[in-house]
Ligand binder design. Structure first.
Ligand code: DGY
Length: 323
């Protein structure tokens, strides 16, 4: 029996592509850049795949999904986030959508912790000073940051990534607060403090770490009004989705000093980033590295292939179906 056709929108890790090639006739994308909706639709129309293995940044809007050929049974995304896929449009076409939860929680929490540490201890500024050959030697008041011990970390969105971060931050002596739809018995048992209200949450913390999904409902969740509710001198980090932060309001709060520092791994409209970010010294910037470890990217690929295999090789439901 011939292997099902699988369209790959990106280059994936070697072990992932090797496993894909074992079970599927794979159709690679020669250019390793996010595909536009038109490019995806054209490639699918040309090749008539049974499944598509895609990644965050590939634009599966309603028009693209409407244009996919009948042959496409499943879109498996190499990500936990699904805001790049119009789930309603896929459902209306009877196309399954599946993602890769769990396996990237620790790696993403590590990047959140790295941003918290870099923002609190001015890692970005220090590195830039050295590389600019501007260091004149140790000085008692040079680049002083703040200690994390005894500070209050506010986790917005206590999913798997938020919980992994809470575990790490406890090791630094931070007190954990969280804002979530519901209190979580396990987090409560570990002493994390639940907030049912945004205002009380923002007013209680020293560091805000954002872990909410993108999409219309969360667009610019962190706006000027909510930033003003944070205590003066607070730190903000975002490893969720860039669209949840109002870039202009964040830049203004860093420029005024209301916020001490911030760290961002995700950007609204990435890879484009807000112009003001380039020139804000108290901001640490990373290029969406949350899940970028060798172990995690392999695990994400295998999980995406598990989803594809269930549907295309065994005629079953994908284990991580989102739509
Ligand atoms: C995800 O999995 O959603 C991450 O943002 C990386 O793609």
């Amino acid at each position: 029996m011939s292997k099902p056709l699988l369209l790959l929108t990106r280059h994936f890790p070697t072990a992932v592509e090797a496993r894909a090639a074992r079970d599927y006739a794979t159709i690679p994308n020669a250019a390793d850049t996010p595909m536009t909706g038109e490019e995806i639709a054209a490639a699918a129309a040309h090749t008539q795949p049974a499944g598509i293995l895609c990644a965050a940044g590939d634009a599966f809007n309603a028009t693209t999904i409407q244009a996919l050929p009948e042959s496409v049974k499943i879109i498996a995304t190499f990500s936990v986030g699904t805001d790049h896929i119009d789930l309603q449009a896929a459902a209306s076409r009877g196309i399954l959508v599946a993602n890769t939860p769990d396996v990237l929680s620790v790696a993403t929490a590590e990047i959140a912790m790295l941003l918290i540490l870099s923002a609190a201890r001015r890692g970005g500024e220090a590195e830039r000073m050295l590389r600019a050959r501007e260091w004149a030697g140790w000085a008692p008041t040079q680049l002083m940051g703040v200690t994390l011990e005894n500070k209050k970390l506010g986790i917005l969105g206590m999913g798997r990534i938020g919980q992994a971060l809470a575990k790490m931050a406890r090791g630094f002596g931070m007190e954990i607060h969280y804002r979530n739809r519901n209190p979580l018995p396990e987090s409560e048992a570990q002493g994390a403090i639940y907030h049912a209200d945004d205002t009380a949450f923002l007013g209680a913390i020293d560091v805000l770490s954002m872990h909410i999904p993108g999409g219309a409902a969360t667009r610019h969740w962190l706006d000027a009004r909510r930033i003003a509710q944070l205590r003066p001198g607070s730190i903000v980090v975002n490893t969720g989705r860039g669209s949840t932060v109002d870039d202009v309001a964040l830049c203004a709060a860093l420029a005024s000093g209301h916020l001490r520092a911030a760290g961002l791994d995700v950007f609204d409209g990435e890879p484009r980033i807000h112009e003001g970010y380039y020139t804000t010294p108290s901001l640490v910037l990373l290029p969406h590295l949350g899940s970028a470890t060798v172990e995690t990217r392999d695990a994400m690929g295998f999980r995406a292939l598990d989803n594809l295999d269930a549907v295309l090789l065994r005629g079953e439901a994908p284990p991580h179906r989102v739509g």
